[in-house]
Write a protein that binds this ligand. Structure first.
Ligand code: DGJ
Length: 718
C-alpha cells in the first residue's frame, strides 16, 4: 500500500513486513524518512503529522546527512551522487555541472496484480531537466523496485556523467556486508565483511556482469543477524552490464547504498526531448535474518522476474548436456547414443554444447559462423532434433552469439565488427573477440542468425554462453557501448522469446559470469559454474542461494572422477548436491554400465518427486558451510505439506559438533515422516519437535566426514 499525506507531503510505502517512507520537505527536496522491518499492524510506520523541517541533524557541514532520495552532484559537490549532469553553458559559456531536484508532482498507478507504482517528478528550478523517482511496491512479496527516469527538456544535448538506479539511506550503525565474490570455477564465494568508514565497491568493468562480484548485497548491523534472526537490508541490481554497488559508511555511522551503472568510463548523452530509464534496483528489509532476505529475493525472482514459456513449465526439466561427455568431438551417432541413454534414465531436455557449427572443431575457430557443420553433421541437426523429440525430450543447443573467432568467415567478411581501437593492439581471450553491439547491423545479423538456428533445428532451449570480458572497448557507440552491449543482448533474447514462446534459455558465461535480475528476466536458468565437483559446488551454490532461487540454478551430476578437480566422489554425493537446484546430467552415459545407469534413473526419479519442493519451496539455510564444514539446507512448501532436507559434509572438523538441524516452516501440530530415495523411513515426528529438537544430521549412521551426504524428503502424514 502507498499512503500519501498531502499536508506534510509524506509517502508511506507499506509492505507485508517492511516499510519505506519519504517526504518532500519544505524546500521541495525529496528525502528518505526511514525504511526497514515494520511492526505489523494498522498504524502507518512513519507518522504523517508535522515533522521538523530537517529531521536529520547535520554533523558539521556534512550535508550527506540530508538523505535525499536522489543525491545530485550540485551544491556540496563532494557527496557521492545518484546523478551527475553537465549542461551546456549559456551562449557558449561555462558548462554547468550542478543539478538540484525539487518536487513537482507525483502519481500512483496500480497494476492488475496489486503492485503500485509511485512516480515522483522532480524538476531542476533552472535547467530544463526533470527526473522521475519511480518506486514500484510489491507489498505481498516485500520488495520495492526502484529506478530513475531522466529527461532533457531543453533544446541542446546534455551529458550525464554518472547515473545510479537508486540511493538508499540506512539507519545509523556499524554495518556488515554479506555478498558473493569469485572467479572462474569458484563463483559465488560468500564473504562477510565489516564495512570500513569510507566507500566499499562491488563492481563489474566489463560489458557483462562478471563473477568477480555478483550484483547483490545483504546488510546487517555488526553481529546483529544470523540465518533466521535479525534485521537485514537486501538488494540486487537488474542489470547485466558494467555495474557498481557502492556502500558509503560515513564517519557519523550513516550508511548510503548506491546501485546502478558503473561510473567507470561512463557517458550518456541525452538529445533534446530524450529520456532515459535506468535498470531497476530491487530492495527490501526484513527481521528474519539472511534466509529471510534470500527468501524474499527468491520469491520475487520466481513470481515477477523469471520469464514464462508458453505453455508454462511449472518446474524446470531434467537436463542432459553433452559438453563433458563429448567436448568438441561431436557426431550424429554419438549424440543419438547419448540421447537414447538420457531418455532411458528420465532426462527431459537434451542439449548439444559447443562445436556443432562452422569450423569449430576446437576453440580457435568458427565462432560467429552459425551454420551447422557438414563435417560433423552431414545431414544437418534436424535428424538429431527429431530423434530427441521422438524420445520424448526437448532439444537444446549451445550458442555464443556475442563473440567471434578471428579465424571465422564472419570476421573475414566484417573485420571492423569487433570491439577495438583502430591501429592499436587488441587482446584475445580464448582466441575470441567481442562483436560491437554499438552497430545496429551486428544486432540485426545476430537476430536473423539465432532465429534461423531455432527455426530450422526445432530448438526448444538455448544455452547462451559468453566467454570473455571486454578489453580495448572501442566501439562506434563510443562509451555508450557499456550499456549498448547489455541492451543488445536483452533485445535479442526478448525478440527470440516473442517469436518462439516455447523457447527457454540458459544464461552462461564461462559458468556463473552473467547472473543478475536483468538477465533472469529473459532466461529461465543459469549455469552456476564450470566447476562440477560436488564438494566445491556446495560453497558455490550456497553463495548463489543468497540471492537466486533453486529453480534457476542449474546443477549437473558429472563423472565419478571430476574433470575440473580430479577428485573422486560417490554418485550419491554428486546427486545430493546437484538436487539442490535444477538438476542436470553431464556424465558420459555411453561409458556407464547398466547397473550404473539404473542408479542414475533411480536418483532422477527421486528428484522428480522432490523437485517441486526444491524449486518452488521456501529455502532455509539451516547450517552454513562456514559454521562447521557441513551445509544443511531445507526447502519447504508454503503449505508445510512437504519439505526436503539436504545435508552435505565438506570437511570433518575435529571436535566441532555438527548440531542437529532445527527445521523451519513446518506445521507444528502435524506428524511428518522423513524418507530417503528408496522410501526408507528415518524419522517420524511432529513439526514442533522437528523445529525444537531438530534432525540428527548423520541420522545415527555414525558416518560423518567429507562427502557424507543425505537428502531426506519429509511428508506430512497426519
Ligand atoms: C563455457 C561453458 O561454461 C561450458 O559449460 C561450455 O559450454 C563451454 N563454454 C563450451 O565452450
Amino acid at each position: 500500500m502507498i499512503d500519501f499525506d498531502p499536508r506534510t507531503r509524506t509517502w508511506n510505502l507499506v509492505l507485508a513486513t517492511s516499510f519505506h517512507a519519504l517526504r518532500a520537505d519544505p524546500d521541495g527536496r525529496v528525502v528518505c524518512l526511514g525504511s526497514g522491518p515494520r511492526a505489523v499492524g494498522p498504524a502507518l510506520p512513519i507518522a504523517s503529522g508535522a515533522l521538523p523541517d530537517d529531521p536529520f541533524p547535520r554533523i558539521g557541514v556534512d550535508r550527506q546527512g540530508r538523505r535525499d532520495e536522489v543525491v545530485t552532484f550540485g551544491d556540496h559537490t563532494w557527496h557521492e551522487p545518484t546523478l551527475k549532469v553537465s549542461f551546456p553553458g549559456a551562449d557558449g559559456g561555462l558548462p554547468i555541472r550542478d543539478v538540484r531536484l525539487r518536487y513537482a508532482s507525483h502519481e500512483i498507478d496500480r497494476l492488475a496484480d496489486g503492485r503500485e507504482t509511485l512516480r515522483i517528478r522532480l524538476d531542476d528550478p533552472v535547467q530544463p531537466f526533470s527526473a522521475w523517482l519511480c518506486l514500484r511496491v510489491d507489498a505481498t512479496l516485500d520488495v520495492i523496485e526502484r529506478w530513475l527516469e531522466i529527461e532533457n527538456r531543453g533544446d541542446r544535448p546534455i551529458q550525464v556523467e554518472q547515473l545510479s538506479s537508486g540511493t538508499l539511506h540506512l539507519p545509523a550503525g556499524r554495518w556488515e556486508l554479506l555478498h558473493a565474490a569469485g572467479g572462474w570455477a569458484a563463483e559465488f564465494q560468500s564473504e562477510r565483511v565489516r564495512l570500513p568508514v569510507g566507500t566499499t565497491l562491488l563492481e563489474s568493468r566489463s560489458v557483462h556482469t562478471g563473477f568477480v562480484h555478483h550484483p547483490f548485497y545483504l546488510l546487517s548491523f555488526e553481529g546483529g543477524a544470523d540465518e533466521s534472526h535479525g534485521t537485514v537490508y537486501f538488494g540486487q541490481l537488474a542489470w547485466s552490464g558494467s555495474f557498481r554497488l557502492a556502500f558509503e559508511q560515513r564517519p557519523n555511522a550513516a550508511l548510503h547504498v548506491h546501485g546502478g551503472y558503473s561510473p567507470f568510463d561512463f557517458a550518456l548523452s541525452l538529445a533534446p526531448g530524450e529520456r532515459h530509464a535506468t535498470p531497476a534496483l530491487l530492495h527490501g528489509a526484513c527481521a528474519d535474518g539472511f534466509s529471510g532476505a534470500s527468501q524474499r529475493m527468491h520469491a520475487f525472482l520466481r513470481e515477477r522476474v523469471l520469464p514464462r514459456t508458453d505453455p508454462p513449465e511449472p518446474v524446470r526439466p531434467v537436463l542432459y548436456n553433452s559438453w563433458e561427455a563429448s567436448y568438441f568431438a561431436l557426431s550424429l551417432a554419438s549424440q543419438i547414443a547419448l540421447a537414447k541413454k538420457s531418455a532411458a534414465i528420465g532426462v527431459e531436455l537434451f542439449c548439444v554444447d559447443d562445436g556443432w557449427f562452422g569450423a569449430r572443431r576446437n576453440d580457435t575457430a568458427g565462432l560467429g559462423d552459425w551454420r551447422v557443420s557438414p563435417e560433423v553433421f552431414p545431414t544437418g541437426l534436424r535428424p538429431l532434433a527429431d530423434e530427441v523429440h521422438r524420445l520424448g525430450m526437448k532439444f537444446g543447443l549451445w550458442v555464443e552469439p556475442e563473440m567471434v573467432n578471428p579465424d571465422s568467415d564472419l570476421y573475414r567478411e566484417h573485420p571492423d565488427w569487433v570491439l577495438h581501437f583502430p591501429d592499436r593492439p587488441r587482446t584475445e581471450h580464448r582466441h575470441q573477440l567481442i562483436l560491437d553491439f554499438g552497430r545496429p547491423e551486428v544486432v540485426a545479423h545476430l537476430a536473423d542468425a539465432l532465429a534461423r538456428i531455432v527455426d530450422e533445428n526445432a530448438v526448444d532451449f538455448l544455452k547462451w554462453d559468453m566467454n570473455r570480458s571486454a578489453t580495448e572497448p572501442g566501439s562506434v557507440a563510443g562509451k555508450a557501448i557499456w550499456r549498448r552491449h547489455a541492451e543488445g543482448v536483452y533485445a535479442l533474447m526478448d525478440g527470440l522469446r516473442r517469436r518462439f514462446p516455447r523457447l527457454s534459455i540458459e544464461s552462461c558465461s564461462s559458468g556463473g559470469g552473467r547472473v543478475d535480475a536483468g538477465i533472469l528476466a529473459r532466461t529461465d536458468q543459469f549455469w552456476t559454474s564450470d566447476n562440477t565437483d560436488a564438494l566445491a559446488r556446495v560453497a558455490i551454490q550456497e553463495g548463489a542461494s543468497l540471492a537466486y532461487p533453486a529453480r534457476a540454478m542449474c546443477c549437473w551430476v558429472t563423472h565419478e572422477r571430476n574433470h575440473q578437480t580430479g577428485r573422486r566422489l560417490e554418485l550419491a554425493t554428486r546427486f545430493d548436491v546437484a538436487m539442490r537446484g535444477a538438476l542436470g546430467i553431464g556424465s558420459d552415459l555411453s561409458a556407464l554400465d547398466d547397473a550404473e545407469l539404473d542408479e542414475y534413473a533411480k536418483w532422477i526419479a527421486f528428484y522428480k518427486r522432490i523437485r517441486n519442493t526444491v524449486q518452488n519451496g521456501i529455502c532455509h539455510r539451516l547450517q552454513r558451510l562456514e559454521e562447521a564444514g557441513t551445509s544443511i539446507v531445507e526447502y519447504v512448501l508454503p503449505d508445510a505439506s512437504e519439505a526436503v532436507v539436504s545435508t552435505v559434509a565438506v570437511e570433518r572438523r575435529i571436535a566441532q559438533l555438527v548440531r542437529p538441524a532445527r527445521l523451519r516452516g513446518l506445521d507444528p501440530s502435524a506428524l511428518y515422516a522423513a524418507f530417503d530415495r528408496d522410501e526408507r523411513e528415518y524419522v517420524r515426528a511432529r513439526g514442533a519437535e522437528l523445529e525444537a529438537l531438530g534432525l540428527d544430521p548423520n541420522l545415527g549412521t555414525g558416518r560423518y566426514g567429507p562427502g557424507y551426504s543425505r537428502t531426506l524428503w519429509l511428508r506430512r502424514i497426519g
